[in-house]
Design a binder for this molecule. Structure first.
Ligand code: NAI
Length: 333
């Protein structure tokens, strides 16, 4: 029997991990709290821990896990900016992830956010429920013919670009490793970041969070963006400097902002805070802006993605526990 503790467990995690563990000998210990150095003692007796984007897997946490002889950290996500890989390597703890589960899920949510924001569907829904059938204030724009700037043309960015091409948009892209054949096939033009910022009507972020991409959207880059452009971030909150974003919105420079991720989302997103005051003043302010739409890091949340996440994570754990190997594509260290 393999003992594995799953942290930050939500009902949908428990459902999908139980469903796909039926034929594997995994005894899941689900914890609603997050894994950090403070809570790591709960991993005693576990062969593996399974974590998500807001668990804090820093050196102190990994040290505790190593002391408890936990040998594997299995991420049930693609991004790994919350894990100190250097410390894991030094302390002999392996780390696996799910590099791709459903890039379609995130790309489709990106388009959903843009359509909702641009066509004011969220506002119209509330109005009509109150029998207010007025259209005042609900004017949007056609996507056809607009220029979309895709920053990061990896798995998600490429699918988003293709969907936008289906809307008859012009798509320009920036990536440190361009996919030239793909771009030719889909009529996507690679350009430099500055030119993308200057020429796009809608900018969508699909790069990972790294030291180079931290605050990629900051005061300086916001100034390069076209007046009235929309910005969408379904990637990682810290790609955007929130203070500069608010300044730009208050100056009516950006036309609209859709966020599925937020710089300080840790401790807020994924939880119900409806019974108390939110202490994050910048988030409170953003929530009052009529041209800002925020979802709570849900872009990945489809049946297909949850199934793929559970299946790959379970395989990572079973393979590692049985023969100490991890599929190289999933192995981080
Ligand atoms: P990917 O690894 O396939 O693509 C990332 C692309 O970004 C690559 O083409 C890479 O060359 C490019 N890149 C890296 N650093 C760059 C830089 N400094 N400048 C320009 N380009 C750079 O990743 P994928 O699967 O497309 O995911 C993208 C991001 O989406 C993830 O890193 C994650 O942060 C986010 N994500 C968000 C989810 C959500 O629920 N909101 C779910 C899954 C992923």
């Amino acid at each position: 029997m393999i003992n594995a503790a799953l942290y930050d467990a939500k009902p949908y995690d428990c459902e999908y991990f139980e469903r796909f563990s039926k034929h594997n000998n995994i005894d899941w210990h689900f914890h609603e709290f997050r894994l950090s150095a403070k809570t790591a003692a709960s991993a005693a007796g576990m062969h593996a821990v399974c974590v998500f984007v807001n668990d804090r897997i820093d050196r102190a946490c990994i040290l505790e896990l190593a002391k408890l002889e936990v040998k594997l950290i299995a991420l049930r996500c693609a991004g790994f900016n919350n894990v100190d890989l250097l410390a894991a390597k030094e302390l002999g703890v392996s780390v696996a992830r799910v590099p791709a589960y459903s890039p379609h899920a995130v790309a489709e949510h990106t388009i959903g956010l843009l359509l909702t924001l641009n066509r004011h569907i969220h506002r119209a829904y509330n109005r009509v429920r109150e029998h207010n059938f007025s259209l005042n204030g609900l004017v949007g724009f056609d996507l056809a013919g607009k220029t979309i700037g895709i920053i990061g043309t990896g798995k998600i960015g490429r699918i988003a670009a293709q969907i936008f091409r289906g809307f008859n948009c012009r798509v320009v892209a920036f990536d440190v490793t361009p996919h030239l054949d793909w771009a030719k096939q889909h009529d996507v033009e690679y350009t430099q970041l500055e030119s993308l910022l200057q020429n796009s009507d809608i900018i969508s972020l699909h790069v990972p969070l790294t030291p180079e991409t931290h605050h990629l959207i900051c005061r300086e880059t916001l100034q390069q963006i076209k007046q009235g452009a929309f910005l969408i971030n379904t990637s990682r909150g810290k790609l955007v400097d929130t203070t500069a974003l608010i300044e730009s919105l208050k100056k009516n420079h950006l036309g609209g902002v859709a966020l599925d991720v937020y710089e300080e989302e840790e401790g807020i997103f994924f939880e119900d805070h409806s019974e108390h005051l939110l202490q994050d003043d910048e988030l409170n302010l953003l929530l009052t802006f009529p041209n800002v739409l925020i979802t709570s890091h849900q872009a990945f949340l489809t049946q297909e993605a949850l199934s793929e996440i559970a299946i790959t994570t379970i395989n990572n754990i079973v393979q590692f526990t049985n023969n100490k190997s991890i599929n190289p594509e999933n192995k981080l260290c």
